[in-house]
Design a protein around this ligand. Structure first.
Ligand code: SF4
Length: 360
């Protein structure tokens, strides 16, 4: 079935939508353009991983967030059925047969949720067996383009959607701003410092995606910039290594929620990040981004989308890309894709980003 046909089927507008996105945190961020698009048609509820629910708090396109703790409280068949009951309660107030579900994540478990909840229209990607056996309508997964734009194809969004419609969006509120402004590691003086703020995001779940020279970069940026390090609790050692080279850098790792991190990134003048969640957060806040790609490539669809961004990568390496996510260790043992990205290259890219800042 073509996108056009799906679009026709889903009219008239005004039908409530249930979007099921149970993949990684970054995928949740990249689903927000789809959510915003669907919200123009009617109310949108979202099933997301429990740890991703916080990302969507306060998002104006979302009516209700239904967290799915698939590895914890909701694991196994009993947990799935509990989730299905929550979904059924959510849609029970809707006119019968009105809801449309969008299965962004093509897993059988995701497809079972609206099927068991009795949602009659289930739209998913073509040829994603066995999940696609439970779809009532399918759309071919676009082979090219940014993932945020590809996901919009599920709702038959126009191909020519303008960039601001396909860039992700997140909505930290006043409470998140208060948390970062009163963070004990920073202090009022740090916030008053007129030097440009650069956020460093040295972590990644996948080992080969981590650029090892963040401490050296911090050393050359510590005078002209004020530095903030973000990441999860597991990134604490990376932050410590950075602070050994730049003692004034503020370590926010492991202390901020996802939306608080978003509020911090929104205040930054530039972000330097591996190919990880923070790239997508910076896309949502339109913060100038220097993105470092090693074993993966932007052509996978997960590059930065901030208006001002640059991707640094070793283009000439024949072994790139070597893995969809990035292996834990370099299969060739040399990790040249990251080791050959120099501190000077990254510093120059940061300086180029900062030179675009409006003069005060
Ligand atoms: S094989 Fe190549 S792309 Fe993959 S981690 Fe090693 S150097 Fe990087």
């Amino acid at each position: 079935m073509t996108k056009r046909a799906v679009d026709d089927l889903l009219r008239p507008e005004g039908r409530p939508a249930l979007v099921v996105q149970t993949a990684f945190l970054g995928d949740t961020v990249l689903t927000t353009p789809l959510l915003a698009h669907l919200a123009r048609r009617g109310p949108v509820d979202v099933v997301v991983r429990a740890d991703a629910a916080a990302l969507l708090m306060g998002h104006p396109a979302v009516r209700d967030i239904i967290p799915y703790d698939k590895r914890g409280r909701d694991r196994g068949l009993a947990g799935l059925l509990r989730l299905v009951r929550r979904v059924r309660q959510r849609v029970s107030g809707e006119p019968r047969d009105a809801s449309v579900s969008y299965l962004v994540h093509a897993s059988l478990r995701s497809a079972l949720i609206p099927r068991l909840a009795g949602i009659p229209v289930r739209v998913g990607w073509t040829q994603r067996w066995p999940a696609s056996a439970l779809y009532t309508h399918t759309v071919p997964f676009p082979a090219h383009g940014h993932h945020a734009r590809r996901l919009m194809a599920l709702a038959a969004a126009p191909e020519d959607a303008v960039p601001h419609q396909t860039r992700p969006s997140l909505h930290p509120g006043a409470a998140e701003v208060v948390v970062i402004e009163r963070h004990p590691a920073a202090g009022a003086r740090w916030w008053r410092d007129p030097r440009p703020m650069v956020v460093l995001a040295p972590g990644s779940v996948w080992g080969t995606k981590r650029w090892s020279y963040f401490p050296q970069l911090a050393r050359v940026l510590r005078e002209p910039c004020r530095l903030a390090v973000v990441g999860g609790a597991a990134d604490g050692l990376l932050a410590t290594a950075i602070r050994q080279q730049a003692p004034d850098a503020v370590d926010f790792t492991g202390t901020l929620s996802l939306l608080e991190t978003t509020a911090l990134v929104a205040r930054a003048d530039a972000v330097v990040s591996n190919d990880s969640l923070v790239v997508h957060v910076a896309s949502a806040t339109d913060t100038p981004t220097v993105a470092l790609f090693g074993p993966t490539v932007p052509a996978f669809g997960f590059g930065p989308m901030a208006v001002h961004h640059v991707v640094l990568q070793v283009e000439s390496l024949a072994c790139r890309p070597c893995h969809h996510h990035g292996p834990a260790r370099c299969p060739l043992g040399h990790h040249r894709c990251m080791r050959e990205l120099s501190v000077r290259q990254v510093r120059d890219a940061v300086e180029a980003m900062l030179s675009r800042r409006p003069t005060p």
